[in-house]
Design a protein around this ligand. Structure first.
Ligand code: DC
Length: 236
């Protein structure tokens, strides 16, 4: 009998959660759910439909009225080997990573009705286990009974540099200070919001990857899975 588990990865912005989650999902043949991408989709919808003004105020009433019109899903791309995010059927994997979306996503993701809808979707997507989810409230709220919970962190300058390099690779150019400012603003909002703020679950294992390569962090977690005898599936 194989044992499929749920792996919850939470942590601060840009500390490599998705890199680890994708690698684990690939290695274990699990599904990967990027919950941040889902909040980014709703934010992109708001930006496109004039629901956020120039002072970054969100028209919550209009957004609530429109929520039923927003669909978010992931489709596996067999060429890139990653599941790409779709908003109302359109592939927005690239667009949701823009600085404009990053600048507004914390506000949108703090809205009760938005969280309720996204959490319901996440629970549906992960109900059969064999899944890796990354986000802010996975181990504390979405899947509090996840067999393995990782809380990720890394030095702020290192995180900012990694995120800046990612932007640059996608042809978006920002200074280190601009990127750092966005991370600080989001971390503050995400840890201080009223509903399901980012916090370490009591039973989460802290992983500080400041000095770890992606391969090292993957090996570390695979060893945890083996040592904790969380799954009887072979982890090669
Ligand atoms: O993981 P990310 O940086 O793509 O997430 C974008 C934002 O979405 C993040 O700043 C806070 C929000 N978020 C959330 O509130 N809850 C989650 N489970 C995932 C993300």
């Amino acid at each position: 009998m194989v044992t499929k588990i749920t792996i919850a990865i939470d942590g601060f912005s840009s500390c490599g959660k998705s890199t680890l989650a994708k690698a684990l999902a690939q290695k274990l043949h699990y599904n990967y759910i990027d919950t941040g991408a889902m909040y980014r989709c709703v934010t992109l919808y708001c930006l496109r439909n004039g629901l956020i003004d120039e002072k970054q105020n969100v028209d919550e009433e209009k957004l609530k009225e429109n929520l039923s019109k927003i669909t978010v899903d992931f489709q596996f791309n067999s060429h890139t080997k990653i599941s790409e995010t779709h908003l109302n059927g359109e592939n927005v994997e690239h667009e949701i990573r823009s600085m404009e979306v990053s600048d507004n996503v914390s506000k949108v993701s703090a809205i009760h009705d938005v969280r309720e809808k996204m959490v319901t979707l996440q629970r549906m997507m992960g109900k059969h286990k064999a899944v890796v989810l990354d986000g802010r409230d996975i181990g504390t709220h979405v899947f509090p009974y996840a067999e393995l919970k990782i809380f990720m962190t890394a030095d702020e300058d290192v995180r900012a540099r990694r995120r800046m390099d990612e932007y640059t690779a996608h042809g978006q150019f920002f200074t280190l200070d601009e990127v750092k400012h966005n991370l600080q603003k989001r971390d503050y909002a995400d840890t201080h919001r009223k509903e399901n703020p980012l916090t370490k679950a009591k039973d989460a294992i802290v992983l500080d990857n400041t000095d770890l390569t992606p391969e090292q962090q993957l090996d570390y977690v695979l060893k945890l899975i083996t040592d904790m005898q969380l799954t009887k599936d072979p982890v090669e």
